[in-house]
Design a protein around this ligand. Structure first.
Ligand code: PLP
Length: 389
């Protein structure tokens, strides 16, 4: 008999699986559940984008692309970033096409971190940052953001987390799970600190297109920040393309060269069909983004009003497609609250603690669902809350 505990890497076994998954496993066992758990658009990928993928297959484009991705794709990334966010990148040397934003986050950490380097992780946040930082040899240092600050990273909190070992800050705005964003003025204060303390920034801007009211400001567009920023984004959220697994990273060429090496050995290239579809999305998809965003905005208002009516404290989210209500006043942990809601009313939402300890007392609700679906869930939630009062 093999003792697998002696075989497996302790670096990997010491990492906890994602807290979201555990909740999904319970969900899978139940019927008639209204789920508001999933972090992906409910829209099909717009047809002209799918057609571009299909056409590429019909034309026989079924081969590897260059490691960095089709130059045409990288050119479109640059055109798009300049058009939408005023960024200027060189397609040949500063852009890499990846398997979703997820791969780009992994590569960025592995290219930059040395053993013992500290990585500032702003929480509550997307689940992969801490584990990937650890796997890359880094030490995650968590900064807990708060409802009173609309879950923004404040200069005070950042300064308190910085030490002589700080190498990288991960900026996760617009935020999954809180729906928080950072304005230009707020980012400028962060920029002053990272410049002064010589910190590299991994800016995860996958929800850049989904802001309501205030336009997203890309961190690398601030004076002097491009040279110390690794921008990570992708097509999953803006173009409803989660299953195509298409993302990209932009970074100074010295960093990019190292990221390309890792990508080359582990992945070869992002899926060719997806890259062709991505070219079409980036070139002709601005109207699709506006259409879907308008729809999310309606749902955002609906769910915010619904939760307010129930007496749940939640700030109006300004980005992504999540709302993060405070459920602390009912004397239950987030997990207890969500499990009770699931078992008694068959409504599934995600405990805030899946996104870090500071998520305790909160739950993540995704509004990337139809209005009918959201209304039904809100009705059931209202009954649940009434019964708790
Ligand atoms: C904040 C954030 N970053 C990155 C990703 C990764 O997305 P993908 O790998 O589909 O591009 C997600 C997915 O949920 C996310 O929420």
């Amino acid at each position: 008999m093999i003792d697998y505990s002696k075989i497996l890497s302790s670096k990997v076994t010491s990492i906890k699986p994602s807290g979201i998954r555990k909740f999904f496993d319970i969900l899978d066992e139940m019927d008639d559940v209204i789920s508001l758990t999933v972090g992906q658009p409910d829209f099909d990928t717009p047809w002209h984008i799918r057609e571009a993928g299909i056409n590429s297959l019909e034309d026989g484009r079924t081969y590897y692309t260059s490691n960095s991705g089709l130059l045409e794709f990288r050119r479109e990334v640059c055109n798009y970033l300049e058009r939408r966010f005023g960024l200027s990148y060189t397609p040949e040397t500063e852009v890499l096409c990846t398997v979703g934003g997820s791969e780009a986050i992994d590569l960025a950490m592995r290219a930059v971190l040395e053993p013992g380097d500290e990585v500032i992780v702003v929480e509550p946040s997307f689940v992969c940052y801490g584990p990937l930082a650890s796997l890359a040899g880094g030490i995650p240092v968590v900064v807990n953001t708060e409802l009173k600050d609309k879950f923004k990273l404040t200069p005070e909190k950042l300064l308190a987390a910085i030490s002589d070992k700080t190498k990288m800050l991960i900026l996760p705005y617009p935020s999954n799970p809180t729906g928080g964003i950072m304005t230009k003025e707020e980012l400028e204060k962060i920029a002053d600190i990272v410049r002064e303390r010589n910190i590299i920034v991994l800016s995860d801007e996958i929800y850049a297109e989904l802001t309501y009211g205030k336009k997203h400001v890309s961190f690398a567009s601030l004076p002097g920040m491009k040279e110390r920023t690794i921008l990570v984004s992708g097509l999953s959220k803006a173009y409803a393309m989660t299953g195509w697994r298409l993302g990209y990273a932009c970074a100074p060429k010295e960093i990019m060269q190292q990221m390309v090496k890792l990508h080359q050995y582990a992945i070869m290239c992002a899926p060719t069909t997806s890259q062709y579809a991505g070219i079409e999305a980036l070139r002709n998809g601005d109207e699709d983004i506006e259409f879907m965003k308008e729809s999310y905005d309606q749902r955002r208002k609906l769910i915010h009003a619904g939760l307010k009516k129930m007496g749940l404290d939640s700030f109006e989210p300004e980005g992504a497609f999540y709302i993060f209500p405070n459920i602390g006043k009912f004397g239950m942990t987030s997990e207890e609250f969500c499990e009770k809601l699931l078992y008694s009313k068959h409504v599934a939402i995600v405990p805030g603690t899946a996104f870090g300890e500071s998520g305790e007392g909160f739950a993540r609700i995704s509004y990337a669902y139809s209005v009918e679906h959201i209304k039904k869930a809100l009705e059931r939630m209202e009954e649940f809350i009434e019964a708790l009062k």
